[in-house]
Design a protein around this ligand. Structure first.
Ligand SMILES: [Zn+2]
Length: 437
């Protein structure tokens, strides 16, 4: 029997969809216009048009930060009192601050539940929550609440838990699902394996906040016997959940939460809306954020609409996430996308999915450095490094030509032991891109 969707919105008709989106957008902008900051900016909202926000200025993360406490209250709804302060980032530059009202925190249960249901979570599953807790991080808190509401048996470990305690509890209580930041949850499982996984059976692995690449997924399936690996939600702390996967979604593809957020994809300069298939920058108008209304917020991620229906039957539209706009290194005349490097690593058998790329500059020339982790013994590593070098160059003529013409230095590949790449000490997230400039 086909498992029903979590809620009726997921199979709403095009007509229902259009009507509700139009209503919500208009109502939200009416509310936002009460703030002096938005009054002028929203004057050119065209509710009847295909791109109703086309003439509304884009709100950048920097601009929004300057409008929020502690610097200003200009983006705060009138009469706002209590809220929770979250921060993220902070490894480079100022951390991003986001304020959520208590109602907003509670409202995250819906996109959480929709996403978790779509990837295969069921009531009664025994779930280890490995998301980041403390330090003004947000994910652990709302995932905890959502798992309670969903009806799971809940193990609030956080990202700080010792793998040994997770392993022991998994044995005692039959934990069958891990959820967390992809690299943190995967590393936890790898450490549990070192301790001995007998009596432990992890069937489901639901991650977010990072991509999990095919090499990692293969490892989860083949080495650990995990049956379901997917992202229950893609979102950012400065916006909301924007999308979720279903069992049919390949890596990087999401259904939009188009009843929660009005999503747009525009070209890099913000001049033209992208048609399906065309990559551009993602803008979000987040209806669920009432405390600090966000209209045309530049998310910072690149994406494209797929324009096709998903085989799962959901009518929520599909988009593909193409990585952070800042996950790109300019090497000579080429722009190397982190995802490209990840894909190359995934094609070399023997390398794990964790990768870092770095730009170095020596005597006026750029060099791409790629670091990857492996369990292979030292004598086998030279061949693996050479294979990865070949992969990186052969699939990218612009880079290969740059090296051949000596415009850039040859690529350097460094292989490290599992867990050897640097990670953010607070969240455990991999530091994926480094730029020496
Ligand atoms: Zn689907």
């Amino acid at each position: 029997m086909k498992v029903p969707f979590y809620d009726a919105w997921e199979s709403a008709s095009e007509r229902q969809r259009r009507r509700l989106i139009k209503e919500r957008l208009s109502a939200y902008l009416r509310q936002a216009r009460r703030l002096p900051f938005y009054a002028d900016r929203l004057a050119r909202f065209r509710p009847g048009c295909e791109h109703p926000l086309a003439e509304v200025p884009v709100l950048t993360p920097d601009a929004s930060r300057a409008l929020l406490p502690p610097r200003s209250r200009r983006l705060l709804a009138r009469g706002a009192a209590g809220w929770t302060v979250f921060q993220s980032g902070g490894t480079t530059g100022a951390p991003k601050t986001s304020l959520f009202s208590h109602e907003e925190m509670e409202a995250l249960c819906l996109p959480n539940a929709r996403g978790y249901h779509a990837v295969g979570l069921r009531r009664g599953d025994r779930v280890a929550n490995l998301f980041a807790a403390g330090g003004l991080y947000m994910s652990f808190l709302h995932v905890h609440r959502a798992l309670e509401a969903f009806g799971c048996v809940n193990f609030p470990f956080s990202n700080h838990a010792a793998p040994e305690s997770v392993r022991n509890c998994a044995r005692l209580f039959g934990i069958n699902c891990l959820t967390g930041v992809a690299s943190v949850a995967l590393n936890c499982l790898r450490e549990m394996e070192k301790l001995d996984l007998r009596g432990v059976r992890i069937e489901k692995f639901f991650y977010s906040a990072e991509h999990l690449y095919d090499a990692d997924k293969t490892e989860l399936r083949e080495r650990f016997g995990v049956r379901r690996v997917a992202t229950h939600g893609y979102g950012t702390v400065d916006t909301w959940y924007l999308g979720y996967q279903c069992a049919a979604c390949p890596t990087g593809v999401f259904h939009a939460h188009d009843d929660q957020v009005f999503l747009e994809v525009w070209d890099e300069d913000g001049r033209r809306p992208c048609s399906p298939g065309q990559a551009g920058m993602l803008y979000a108008t987040v209806w669920s954020r009432r405390l600090t209304p966000l209209v045309r917020y530049r998310v910072g991620d690149r994406a494209r609409w797929l324009g096709a229906r998903c085989s799962c039957g959901r009518t929520t539209p599909l988009f593909e996430l193409l990585g952070r706009g800042d996950d790109v290194l300019r090497i000579g005349f080429d722009s190397i996308d982190y995802r490209y490097v990840q894909d190359c690593v995934g094609r070399v058998r023997g390398l794990l999915g964790s990768v870092q790329m770095q730009k170095e500059r020596e005597t006026g020339r750029d060099r791409l450095v790629v670091r990857a982790e492996t369990r292979a013994p030292a004598p086998a590593r030279r061949a693996l490094a050479a294979a990865l070098s070949r992969e990186l160059l052969s699939r990218r003529p612009t880079l290969r030509d740059g090296v051949e013409q000596k415009a850039v230095w040859p690529v350097r590949v460094e292989l490290l032991d599992q867990g050897g790449l640097p990670r953010n000490p607070r969240t455990g997230k991999l530091i994926r891109v480094k730029d020496d400039r």
